[in-house]
Design a protein. Structure first.
Length: 279
């Protein structure tokens, strides 16, 4: 299997091939997703919620994200690894943003993701790209702006706001973004925007007509139940499996069924005899 690159991901759109993406936060999950043939792995700031138990993605730090990124990069040999730049890691200044983005690249990321479509973000996208750091843009609902948005609200619900998102998307494309995440949008709006861009769109809660899809791995395998987004499809019930396995283990420990002889180490007969004869 060949390593996925930014250019290969972009070619998917030209070839009318869908992009399959998932999040990951650790080495074994990234390794298994790679074995499954996933195209793109996002080390998402969603780790704040589904791994660290924070209420908001804005709580996760650069240091925490760098640890997750490093682990994922070691596990994923073929998928394109994109690091989510956390809240305020790229908003203070272009210089600081490039410095922080560079830290992710040093840890093994192939690209970074930044949210928003302001003139500053557009300018930053261009500077990052010029610095050799590919950018995955993100429009629609942007979780890092939740305090100004006011909640998890669907974006692009009317003609005017859809056109505003499209305008920002075109500017991000011109600035060098290699692809665009569209989140929490009516499927008709995301389809309209996708058809107007040459770069691929990757949807999350944005309908089937995006050029690809991404989900949070913990939603996919049922390993997070604090809340369940409407757009998330659960393919496996990790919660039940973990609880049932732990209950069986507890019972086996209490009854003495664990560990059995095959799970234990033994002394040689001669050494055992010495212990038995010791007084």
């Amino acid at each position: 299997m060949m390593k996925k690159t930014v250019k290969k991901i972009q070619k998917y759109k030209q070839d009318n091939k869908k992009i399959a993406a998932l999040t990951a936060y650790d080495y074994p999950t990234a390794k298994f997703l790679d074995m499954a043939g996933i195209d793109l792995i996002l080390v998402g700031d969603s780790a704040a919620n589904v791994v660290l138990g924070y209420d908001s993605t804005t709580s996760i730090t650069m240091d925490e994200m760098l640890v997750f990124t490093s682990a994922v990069a070691r596990g994923a040999k073929n998928a394109l690894v994109v690091a989510d730049m956390p809240f305020l890691s790229y908003n203070v200044s272009v210089e600081k943003a490039i410095e922080n983005a560079g830290k992710f690249m040093v840890k093994g990321a192939d690209a970074v993701k930044i949210e928003g479509g302001s003139e500053y973000i557009i300018s930053l996208t261009k500077r990052l790209t010029q610095s050799g750091i590919p950018v995955l843009a993100h429009l629609g609902f942007t979780p890092q702006y939740i305090n100004t948005i006011g909640g998890n609200y669907i974006q692009g619900k009317d003609f005017d706001t859809t056109l505003k998102i499209l305008e920002a998307a075109k500017k991000l494309e011109a600035a060098g973004a290699f692809a665009l995440v569209l989140e929490l949008m009516p499927k008709e709006a995301s389809k309209f925007i996708s058809e107007k861009l040459s770069i691929p769109t990757i949807g999350i809660g944005a309908g089937v007509d995006c050029d690809g899809q991404i989900l949070v791995i913990n939603d996919l395998i049922g390993k997070f139940d604090d809340f369940s987004p409407k757009f998330a499809r659960k393919y496996f019930d990790s919660k039940t499996m973990i609880i049932d396995s732990a209950k069986k283990y507890i019972n086996d420990v209490i009854t003495g069924d664990f560990p059995c002889d095959n799970e234990s180490f033994k002394l040689d007969d001669e050494e055992l005899k010495k212990l038995e004869n010791y007084k």
